[in-house]
Design a protein around this ligand. Structure first.
Ligand SMILES: NC(=O)c1ccc[n+]([C@@H]2O[C@H](COP(=O)([O-])OP(=O)(O)OC[C@H]3O[C@@H](n4cnc5c(N)ncnc54)[C@H](O)[C@@H]3O)[C@@H](O)[C@H]2O)c1
Length: 272
């Protein structure tokens, strides 16, 4: 079988970079798109990866990415519209609001629009956008970012992921904040790779009957009602074995999912 070909935007960092590396490791071919030339250069040596420097808010970047996929790899099977920027919530800065919508919303529409003819020509294909848990529910102070992500969820009639708190360049100033971590039922932030794995599933034949959904990848953040915080990791430990665990099951609240435990093939860490 010919290796599938994808366009991935926002590829130079974080979730996009993790996705490019994951697809390349698994033998797929990728056109990696980003405005950040330096970050893209790190990917240029990977097998089956072509890079394109450009602003996804511009139509020509999206059409050039599809053209590069067709010229270099001969087909297009999926578009991952992941590039995004954070907002600051300034009602008094219309320019910043326009830019936020141009990158986070318009670019997703342009990316899908550019990809559709090539996806159709290949017999189908998939598109996955990176929305956010912030598009599922609002948070005070970041209304403009949240509005863009809500727009992506409504815009995308294909599939999207809604990442929760994920350690990337966009969150470097927040990751040390214990109040944020306390809101995550699994008591830790996601790695970019954990987001990339769900993108992988949504572009794979295993998801051939999945359409029009937004999958939260958020450690339970959006499942929490928002009135009470989830129990802390310490409370979870102090509570001792529950009826479920005495019966040999591991309830979700007892375990802390760590990247290491996932890599080791166990879904719950021993210290959970
Ligand atoms: N990190 C999180 O906690 C989190 C949570 C929810 C959603 N998201 C979303 O995930 C996506 C990826 O973000 P990340 O967390 O990996 O952040 P990141 O900053 O590490 O990566 C974003 C990438 O997008 C690129 N980019 C920004 N504007 C662009 C433009 N106009 N044209 C081309 N490329 C552009 C950046 O250069 C960067 O490489 C974004 O859409 C973000 O909103 C992130």
């Amino acid at each position: 079988m010919t290796a599938p070909v994808l366009v991935i935007t926002g590829a130079a960092s974080g979730i996009g970079e993790a996705a490019v590396r994951l697809y390349a490791e698994r033998g797929h071919r990728v056109v990696a798109v980003d405005v950040a030339e330096e970050g893209l250069a790190r990917l240029a040596g990977l097998d089956g990866v072509a890079t394109l420097v450009g602003d996804v808010a511009a139509e020509e970047t999206n059409t050039a990415a599809v053209r590069l996929a067709l010229d270099q790899f001969g087909r297009l099977d999926a578009a991952v519209l992941n590039a995004g920027i954070g907002g600051t919530g300034p009602l008094e800065s219309p320019g910043a609001i326009d830019r936020l919508f141009a990158v986070n919303v318009r670019a997703v529409a342009l990316g899908i629009r550019a990809a559709v003819p090539a996806l159709r020509a290949g017999g189908g294909g998939a598109s996955v956008a990176t929305a956010s848990v912030s598009g599922l529910r609002d948070d005070p102070g970041t209304w403009d970012y949240n509005a863009t992500k809500a727009a992506v969820i409504n815009l995308v009639r294909a599939n999207a992921i809604a990442p929760g708190l994920t350690e990337t360049a966009i969150t470097t100033t927040q990751v040390a904040n214990p109040d944020l971590t306390a809101r995550i039922p699994v008591h830790r932030w996601a790695t970019p790779r954990e987001q990339a794995e769900v993108i992988w599933f949504l572009t794979s034949p295993a998801a051939s009957y999945v359409t029009g959904v937004t999958v939260p990848v958020d450690g339970g953040l959006s499942a929490n009602g928002g009135i009470l915080l989830p129990p802390s990791a310490a409370q979870d430990r102090d509570r001792g074995p529950s009826r479920m665990s005495r019966q040999g099951c591991t309830p979700r609240s007892r375990g802390i999912l760590s990247p290491a435990s996932i890599a080791n093939g166990s879904r719950f860490s021993a210290d959970g």
